[in-house]
Design a protein around this ligand. Structure first.
Ligand code: SF4
Ligand code: WCC
Ligand code: FE
Length: 640
């Protein structure tokens, strides 16, 4: 296996795992070969499992219809709706938890949490047309109730183009977009209604019209973008603070030999913020067991969240989560929801690590369960840290293998932080330096490279090669999610990384660094946060689009999820398409069995929302497609 080429796969840690007979994702990946090719490119056959007459397989020229009579177009479109709905449901559930927390803070029901960014909260009240002055808890209640409306509004069910729609979409998206979506009749009414409706619509014997189903997919993209991503980010910023520039480290080497190491993995700051707080408070307890202190490290998106707000180092992306444990030096891994391989418990059983689950609906057999609820968060977080501390004595020194790999990573580039940094260049008009440099070609365009790493692409360095090629070609890259870990580990998220950027881009990064009194250029790859923080990218794009008075789809921008694997990546991608962003996704999604769906996504959609799917199966081809698109958009704007 070509694993050695991936610099995030540490050979010594792999060996350490093997010594303990711990199987890692790569081993299971091999065991799974050959994987079923139905529904997958390039064969492009189609598979439906939506009822128990099936599963049905469609083979062109041989078996054209499923038992119920559904053909390839219907099945492919239905599957896409279901994946998008599942992704959106994860994000909206996440957002709802944050809204409920704000509501409980407002009602004085929880003591352990506070509102950190009052100015942001008041700004949202204003946008929502609510009273923004006065006691902060009153404002919080009004905002939380407006947000909750996005989960319970019923009006407009059978007249979607006329009815009411998501508050968070109304206050966030640009008027031009809302008009487009309204015309298409895809404005979502309430998040829960839409995701559950999608299950109904795609069941056996309901919607068979592929075009209608594709419209539903777009609607779910909007659900994801506004009732999921934006709502989650906004609530989290209000409660936990809006991220600012922070400097930290990344990769497995952030695990420290003499400390109680606790890895935090998952997605929700509701849990991780409390863990961060208590890790700080219980230092003395760690010393009592012979450790120098508690060393928290972040995995996956929780890693991104606590890096952005507290400078906690990133230990690894989702696919490295098992390797974090296989260092033999992690006392506890505490998890909440999403992207947590159940295998972390199997690997932990080979070492001394305790896996601690915290959410009642996300449990792993064999793990310790310490439910972290709003009302007992402090008690639970304390117990979590103490579980790690108590376990320090069980660490087997001979099983410890911490690689000497760590890379400096700058993070915290919220939209507010980007504007603040730009305002040091031009106080009166912060966006001007960015726009001027796009116009003069120093910055060719902006690309978001986001999402997961996929074991199918192991050894290919797809994500890192794509990012490197983009910045070399003067494309400013913004990242979130597991791709942020990738960029950090490859040295692209610190001032040194600017050396890899093209001349024009480097000059801009240097000028911004200088204006901000930084020791060097700002990084060529800006860490904008977790997966829900893809919302921050739209915030920046909306600001630029509004200033230039052009829709997003005319801007020289593109996106890529170069190694996607989660349903959430699908819903985020669909949302990007609704915004009018050309979006590369790889591996090729399971849509090629339907010529109609493939054509709509890669061609026709551009005429409808301005967005389209870019297909490319090598990093070089992906960079070429994205840069080609950016150049086309520059030309459209009359830029060279
Ligand atoms: Fe087969 Fe139709 Fe059932 Fe799908 S819904 S499994 S195509 S019978
Ligand atoms: Ni977002 Fe993908 Fe990571 Fe999970 S955390 S693995 S969806 S990128
Ligand atoms: Fe994530």
């Amino acid at each position: 296996m070509a694993l050695a080429k991936d610099n995030w796969v540490d050979k010594r840690v792999l060996r350490n795992a093997r010594k303990k007979k711990a199987k890692l994702v790569f081993d299971r990946f091999e065991e799974q070969q050959p994987q079923c090719t139905f529904g997958m490119a390039p064969r492009g056959d189609v598979c439906c499992k939506n009822c128990y007459q099936g599963p049905c397989r469609i083979i062109p020229g041989k078996q054209e219809k499923g038992i119920c009579g559904a053909g390839a177009d219907t099945i492919v479109a239905r599957n896409l709706v279901r994946h998008t709905a599942a992704g959106a449901a994860q994000h909206t559930d996440h957002a709802r938890e944050a809204v409920l927390l704000l509501h409980d803070i407002a009602k004085g029901k929880v003591k352990g949490y506070k509102i950190k960014d009052e100015a942001k909260l008041r700004a949202f009240a204003k946008k929502l047309g609510k009273k923004s002055s006065g006691p902060i808890r009153k404002v919080a209640e009004a905002v939380a109730l407006e947000a909750l409306e996005d989960f319970r509004r019923q009006e407009g069910m059978f007249q979607k183009s006329e009815g009411e729609y998501l508050n968070w979409l109304r206050i966030t998206a640009l008027p031009e977009r809302i008009k487009t979506w309204k015309k298409l009749g895809i404005l979502p009414i309430n998040a829960d209604m839409e995701t559950s409706h999608a299950l109904h619509q795609t069941a056996m014997g309901v919607d068979a019209d592929p075009v209608n189903l594709l419209m539903e997919t777009l609607r779910l993209g909007l659900v994801d973008g506004y009732a999921g991503l934006h709502l989650a980010t906004d609530m989290q910023d209000i409660i936990f603070g809006t991220p600012k520039l922070t400097q930290s480290m990344s990769n497995l080497g952030v695990i420290k030999p003499d400390y109680v190491n606790i890895a935090v993995h998952g997605h929700m700051p509701i849990m991780s913020e409390k863990v961060v707080e208590w890790a700080g408070k219980l230092k003395a307890q760690a010393k009592k067991v012979g450790a120098k202190g508690v060393n928290l490290v972040g995995v996956c998106c929780t890693g991104n969240e606590i890096l952005m707000r507290h400078g906690i180092p990133l230990a690894g992306h989702e696919m490295q989560s098992e390797m974090v444990i296989a260092t033999g030096a992690v006392e506890a891994m505490v998890v909440d929801v999403q992207c947590i391989y159940p295998s972390v418990q199997d690997v932990a059983s080979c070492f001394h690590t305790k896996i601690i689950t915290t959410m009642d609906y996300a449990r792993i057999p064999g793990a310790i369960h310490i439910p972290l609820k709003l009302e007992n968060a402090d008690k639970a977080a304390k117990e979590i840290i103490m579980t790690g501390i108590r376990n320090f004595r069980n660490r087997q020194r001979k099983s410890v293998c911490i690689p000497n790999k760590k890379t400096e990573a700058w993070a915290g580039f919220s939209a507010e932080m980007i504007l603040a940094a730009l305002s040091k260049v031009d106080k009166k008009d912060p966006l001007k330096p960015l726009i001027d440099n796009i116009v003069n070609g120093n910055i060719l365009g902006i690309a978001a490279v986001v999402g997961c790493r996929n074991p199918k692409l192991r050894g290919e360095r797809f994500g890192e090669k794509l990012i490197e090629t983009l910045i070399k070609n003067n494309v400013l890259v913004v990242v979130t999610g597991c791709m942020a870990h990738t960029a950090a580990q490859n040295g692209l998220m610190n001032p040194n990384g600017a050396k890899m950027a093209g001349k024009g881009l480097r000059a801009v990064l240097t000028a911004i660094g200088k204006a901000n009194g930084l020791p060097g250029p700002i990084p060529p790859v800006l860490h904008m946060g977790s997966c829900v923080d893809n919302s921050r990218i739209e915030t920046v794009l909306n600001a630029v689009a509004s200033k230039l008075n052009v829709p997003i789809h005319k801007l020289p921008v593109a996106a890529s999820a170069p190694e996607y694997q989660q349903e959430k990546a699908v819903s985020i991608g669909v949302w990007a398409l609704t915004l009018g962003i050309a979006t590369h996704i790889n591996p090729i999604p399971p849509v090629t069995g339907s010529q109609l769906v493939t054509k709509v996504l890669t061609e026709d959609l551009e005429k409808i929302t301005g967005g389209k799917v870019l297909v490319a199966t090598t990093p070089e081809a992906a960079a070429k497609a994205m840069i080609g698109h950016i150049k086309k958009k520059r030309k459209g704007l009359g830029l060279k």
